[in-house]
Design a protein around this ligand. Structure first.
Ligand code: AP5
Length: 209
């Protein structure tokens, strides 16, 4: 199954994707994670995108489309994929349609107040990428990942000014994809406000898995 996860920053797309990998046995492909790994590695891509991510703006379509096209050509993505954070613009959606066929688009629905609460409490493992939350899912040991022992940190783009910018960018450039995919009959709305276990149930019901 080829799935796209759509929703505002902090809706819980990455958290749910980690659960959906176990349910569906297909890879989780997050453009945000790919960019952050490139930044951590200090690669040319990382050097190019660091200030863009830190500011909450979008990386240009050409760069992003190129790397997703390359990633979807890899062997593990032939049995299906969960695309998290891509497409984020109409040109990205049109490009995706030209090189892959999307089966369903899951729209994680949550108000701005929920986004702000989730992002202000988010902490992420630098090594395995697990998402923690200082209220809902605290690491057992301060700043240490429960799963791999890696360092748990606060993402640079979770600063208040960057979050505000990301929400603005989401409304202007990404929210139009809701209508785009609805008109194609691919959109499934999932209430992302409840606790993780309930969101998993909402997801299973919507996607029928
Ligand atoms: P990206 O990494 O994709 O960020 P995002 O879309 O803003 O999404 P987030 O990762 O912030 O949130 P999420 O929905 O995954 O929430 P999470 O599960 O972590 O992109 C980052 C940047 O990369 C962009 O700003 C842009 O610069 C660039 N980029 C990426 N893709 C691009 C593209 N296609 N084109 C151009 N540029 C691109 O959950 C958040 C918190 O809430 C966590 O602490 C979690 O533990 C907690 N939580 C989750 N679910 C629940 C729940 N149900 N109840 C309670 N807490 C919960």
């Amino acid at each position: 199954m080829n799935l796209v996860f759509l929703g505002p920053p902090g809706a819980g797309k990455g958290t749910l994707a980690a659960k959906a990998v176990d349910i569906l046995g297909i890879p989780h492909i997050s453009t945000g994670n790919i960019f952050r790994a490139a930044i951590a590695a200090g690669s040319p891509l990382g050097v190019k995108v660091k200030s863009i991510l830190d500011s909450g703006k979008l990386v240009d379509d050409e760069t992003t489309i190129g790397l997703v096209k390359e990633r979807l050509a890899q062997a593990d993505a032939q049995k299906g994929y969960i695309l998290d954070g891509f497409p984020r613009t109409i040109p990205q959606a049109e490009a995706l349609a030209a090189f892959s066929s999307v089966d369903k688009v899951v729209n994680f629905d949550i108000p701005d107040s929920g986004v702000l609460e989730r992002l202000s409490g988010r902490r992420v493992c630098r090594s395995c990428g697990h998402n923690f939350h200082m209220v809902y899912d605290r690491p057992k040991k301060e700043n240490i990942c429960d799963y791999c022992g890696g360092e748990v940190y606060t993402r640079d783009d979770d600063r208040e000014d960057a979050v505000r910018k990301r929400l603005e960018v989401y409304r202007a450039q990404t929210a139009p994809l809701i209508g785009y995919y609805r008109s194609k009959g691919l959109l499934l709305d999932v209430d992302a406000r409840p606790a993780v276990e309930q969101v998993v149930e909402n997801f299973r019901k919507a996607v029928q898995v």
